[in-house]
Design a protein around this ligand. Sequence first.
Ligand code: NAD
Length: 423
Amino acid sequence: MSSLSYVSPTSDSPWGTYLSQVDRVIPYLGPLARWAETLKRPKRALIVDIPIEMDDGTVRHYEGFRVQHNLSRGPGKGGVRYHPAVTLEEVMALSAWMTVKNAAVNLPYGGAKGGIRVDPKQLSMKELEKITRRYTSEIGLIIGPQQDIPAPDVNTNAQIMAWMMDTYSMNVGATATGVVTGKPVHLGGSLGRVKATGRGVFVTGREAARRIGLNLDGARIAVQGFGNVGSAAAELFAGAGAKIVAVQDHTGTIVNRNGLEMGSLMETLRRDGGVGNFTGADRTDTESFWDVDCDILIPAALEGVLTAERANRTKAKLVLEGANGPTLPTADDVLHDRGVLVVPDVICNAGGVTVSYFEWVQDFSSFFWSEDEINVRLDKIMVDALKKIWDTAERHKISLRTATFAVACERILMARQERGLYP
Ligand code: NAD
């Protein structure tokens, strides 16, 4: 499946999923298809060793990665994930999806991603800071405001971005706010960034729902993953009159057919770091989540969760991919055959990187916009991008995923062609 010697993807693995998505778009690339192999090869992958002294005096080593998949359209851009299951192959896929996503919303970026194979919940704050600083120093070789700009992803947040910015700045000898995005607002962060990915899921979901005649007022929504992305999207949908009927996170699965009360659910999340102990709902087993009666399904946790078997069971008419890579290619086919519309990750969750772009621009000009300005600009970029993708899908009679890849890959490969091959 792969022509690369250093990974062995399978049809279900993230890089394997990405490769098959590329194969599906090649017929729509016309003469640019001669450059398509470039999409299947990350430009650069850095593996680093991160030794840290733990609070108990022992020394532990962690694996860290930064992959720059494609830099044809600009500096690398993509998050950093802290998770015990992080692998090089996963980071490669996440970086490739960033290439496609950034081009789909026409941001002047290539695609990159990073990660550390660690369970941060097992670390003290001091250990978390040390691992973050050492990782930043190690990948300092290839990141920078004009080279590659990390941001938060699973289990990373504004505090971690502040440590990354500080470490990089110490190493170069000047405060470089533009090296990461998703920073605290008083350190060059942008208003609206924290909720931007969830807002983008809401905007693309609202547009898609309108086009298929699904009224958001009263629509029933099931959300998997109630972190940065899932909770922000759920709040916005609830504000538009939808009912959040089921939520699943790493602490449990909760269901209430009448809709979960968002205020107290958010309170539980803040108090416990998860929704499992929420009292205004029934607890159910993990697998039953996929059988819940709902109109919209929002996978907003990790990749590879929507299998063909679960795709056959879901009652949803619309799937909004808040997470990166949640749907396997076989599940895509099942959903298509069943008439379930999927708004793919590479457009659906692009709101976060769009506001990251705003943050980067604001850092360079040291001139900061109001939250309203951010939200209005975000809304317009997402609506315009979805319209172009929708029109492309209708013209070629292809899925929104393949249409997003078609729009994005044309931009990426056109840049490749116009720049030419060095030397
Ligand atoms: P997060 O760490 O804030 O939240 C992750 C959520 O997933 C938590 O609620 C956690 O409990 C849940 N989860 C973890 N394992 C689970 C499991 N096995 N079953 C059910 N739930 C589980 O992360 P996030 O930033 O919200 O990212 C979620 C997804 O969105 C990821 O795929 C990420 O790549 C993608 N994404 C994030 C951003 C961003 O700006 N943060 C942008 C684009 C895409």
